[in-house]
Design a protein around this ligand. Structure first.
Ligand code: MSP
Length: 657
């Protein structure tokens, strides 16, 4: 452990499954973990914050095949590529200390050793797997766990699976796990305990299938070729291999294991609170101190998913609104243990109200008044009043409450406390009316104290928001020229205004107000553009499965025709009327529904292809004798049509075939 620090603290976020790009739901969990890591660092802990990517499994193998690349190339693109996982975490200011990829060699080798150890101690045995498998979730289910015959996690179809497989004796640990869940605070919030016990333990914990033979993209079972380790065993042990368990790459296990907390989304609580501790029990290893199952972010009331086309892009939002605003919104708005409903309106409203009106306004009013009345130089001295004691008392209360809430992972309540102080300071401006105090020399000393009390409130609040909005907090503290020792956890003590001097700076507005209507329209437009960009560049019609015999084909009479005249058909926005030279000496009339694609005048003189032995047809009261050939395809969702134009040297009437 380091000198002068409060102790070691190990916090993890679920390693992301790189089957598609990250959305705001994934960012939510990682931002929360980051805020907690920063909070603990602020308090003086020696923090290890682990994140990473969970890169094996059938879904990755399938997607890579679809994309025509290797699984390794596929995951490399999503993790390391432009706007990939690493880029996003950098943009979002995620201060992880270690990043693990489950395809890292040291991890793969460690997983093989771990699997073998459990095999050798008898907790993994060979059997035959018969049951249901949800491919998207990579989860095995028994018949009784299905909901309406579908996957209980994602609601999708499951498939029958039967193969020779290894099993982990999960059933053996049922009583110990139930005891752990019910009689300790291992799993929080408490509501998740009931869910686990009632849905999974009480119906009877069955042994878990922990190897697969139907695909190869996984950690090979080294003593039985053809088997790969079940992706969840591979994934869960990342929390320990990243510290050096069963490998020489790292050496932090004794300092940081057991983990202080694993933050996980609610749908993976089962893996973390049942399977994970059971495997650790099997290996006689200490259990993590806590698993915290946070809620889900939905979008406009619906689950976010790529297939629904409603995923919210954290890149886009960070670029438009700023990373800190987005981080703040996520943690301030949604209580961490419950589900939340993300809407753009709510995001913009939070920025306008909390950040622009309340926080931004307090900082800009205070620094502007310091400049106006004291040339930004707030010297020692002043004149205290009774009201100031109220600020100090509130600040002490806020710091205590904030700490209590943050220790319980209640970010929204913690931030609420910081904003109580900010709100109170804004009210203090109205109560003390500095612009009135500035009118007379007699009240100048009081004015000095008022401004310095405001600076002190801002300083305390800025420290409190540091874990969630690190850049904003720094910029505020810079505007107040707070020295390094005034920015630390131990400096969360409200100091008497008269005994302190401040030199302030007026900065740019921290959070300019956003025009809700305009911004919503801009976001809609961007969404439409993104949806269009996601469409395939070129789409062609599927090929016909029906065959035509040669004689039938030969009956079609294709001829070169020259356009003598072309005019739009009145009252039709689709039809063009062609007068064609077909080589017979008599003009041929053909109507064609291509007005959307061509102006009539640009076609005059062109040599086209027509099928001429179709029976005549009436369209809009006019006769059409044949059909012009064209090529059709779809480009970015838009229908495209090109008339077949041939060499003008080909005479009218030449037969094509
Ligand atoms: N690879 C596993 C975790 C293995 S940990 C040993 C996994 N990956 S994931 O990419 O599918 O999800 C990563 C995290 O994002 C999970 O905690 C999941 O709950 C979270 N979220 C994914 N969508 C979410 C929302 N819409 N809202 C909040 N969090 C959600 O699971």
């Amino acid at each position: 452990m380091c000198q002068n620090c409060k102790g070691n603290y190990y916090i993890t976020t679920p390693i992301y499954y790189p089957s598609a790009n990250l959305h705001i739901g994934h960012a939510y969990c990682t931002v929360a973990t980051d805020a907690m890591a920063r909070y603990k660092r602020l308090q003086g802990y020696n923090v290890k914050f682990l994140t990473g990517t969970d890169e094996h499994g059938q879904k990755i193998e399938d997607k890579a095949k679809e994309a025509g690349i290797t699984p390794q190339q596929f995951v490399d693109n999503i993790v390391l590529g432009e706007k990939g996982v690493l880029d996003l975490w950098k943009l979002m200011n995620i201060s992880y200390d270690r990043f693990i990829r489950t395809t890292d060699d040291y991890h793969v080798a460690a997983i093989q050793k771990i699997f073998k150890r459990m095999y050798e101690n008898g907790d993994i045995y060979k059997g035959s797997y018969k049951g249901k498998y949800c491919k998207p979730c990579e989860s095995f289910w028994t018949e009784s766990q299905l909901v309406d015959g579908k996957c209980p996690d994602c609601g999708r179809e499951v498939m029958d699976a039967e193969e020779e497989a290894y099993f982990f004796r999960l059933s053996k640990y049922a009583d110990r796990i139930q005891d752990l869940l019910e009689n300790t605070d291992f799993l929080e919030p408490r509501s998740r305990v009931n869910e686990m016990v009632n849905n999974f333990i009480k119906p009877g914990l069955e042994d878990l299938c922990v190897s697969r033979t139907s695909f190869t993209w996984g950690v090979p079972v080294d003593f039985d070729p053809g088997h790969v380790v079940y992706v969840w065993i591979d994934a869960l042990f990342n929390y320990m291999t990243a510290l050096g368990f069963e490998n020489d790459k790292y050496d932090d296990l004794s300092a940081f294991w057991p983990a202080d907390v694993h933050f996980v989304g609610k749908e993976i609580v089962r893996f973390h609170s049942i399977i994970w501790p059971a495997m650790l029990m099997s290996l006689d290893l200490p259990l993590p101190k806590k698993v915290y199952g946070h809620g889900w972010l939905n979008f406009n009331g619906e689950k976010m998913s790529k297939s629904r086309g409603n995923v919210v892009d954290p890149y886009l939002l960070s670029e438009r609104f700023g990373v800190d605003a987005l981080r703040f919104f996520l943690l301030r708005t949604f209580p961490f243990g419950s589900d939340g409903n993300f809407t753009n309106e709510l995001l913009i409203n939070t920025i306008n109200v909390d950040l622009a009106n309340v926080l931004g306004n307090l900082v800009s009013r205070t620094t502007a008044m310091a400049q106006k009345y004291f040339d930004s130089d707030l010297t020692l001295g002043g004149e205290a009043a009774e009201l100031d004691a109220e600020l100090k008392a509130l600040s002490d209360e806020v710091v205590a409450n904030y700490t209590r809430h943050m220790d319980a992972f209640q970010f929204s309540l913690g931030l609420n406390e910081a904003f109580r102080l900010i709100g109170r300071a804004n009210k203090y401006i109205d109560e003390t009316a500095p612009w009135v105090l500035a009118k007379s020399e007699d009240t100048k000393a009081r004015l000095l104290s008022v401004l310095k009390n405001l600076c002190e409130c801002i300083r305390i609040a800025a420290i409190l928001i540091t874990p969630v909005m690190p850049d904003t907090a720094e910029s505020i503290l810079n505007q107040l020229n707070v020295p390094a020792e005034g920015r630390v956890w131990d400096a969360l003590v409200y100091e008497s205004a008269e005994e302190k001097a401040w030199k302030t700076t007026v900065g740019a507005a921290l959070f300019p107000r956003i025009d809700m209507e305009k911004e919503l329209a801009a976001l809609e437009e961007l969404k439409a553009q993104a949806a269009k960009a996601a469409l395939p560049a070129i789409e062609i019609e599927p090929y016909s499965e029906e065959t035509v015999d040669f004689d039938t084909f030969c009956k079609s009479d294709f001829r070169a025709v020259k356009v003598k005249d072309c005019v739009p058909v009145k009252k039709s926005d689709k039809l063009l009327q062609f007068t064609l030279d077909d080589g017979t000496g008599t003009d041929r009339q053909i109507l064609s529904g291509i007005a959307k694609f061509y102006k009539p005048e640009e076609l005059i003189g062109k040599t086209l292809v027509a099928i001429v032995n179709l029976p005549p047809r009436k369209m809009m009261g006019r006769e059409s004798c044949g059909m012009l050939l064209s090529a059709v395809h779809t480009e970015k969702g838009e229908e495209k049509l090109n008339l077949i134009m041939i060499d003008d040297a080909i005479p009218a009437g030449a037969r094509l075939g």
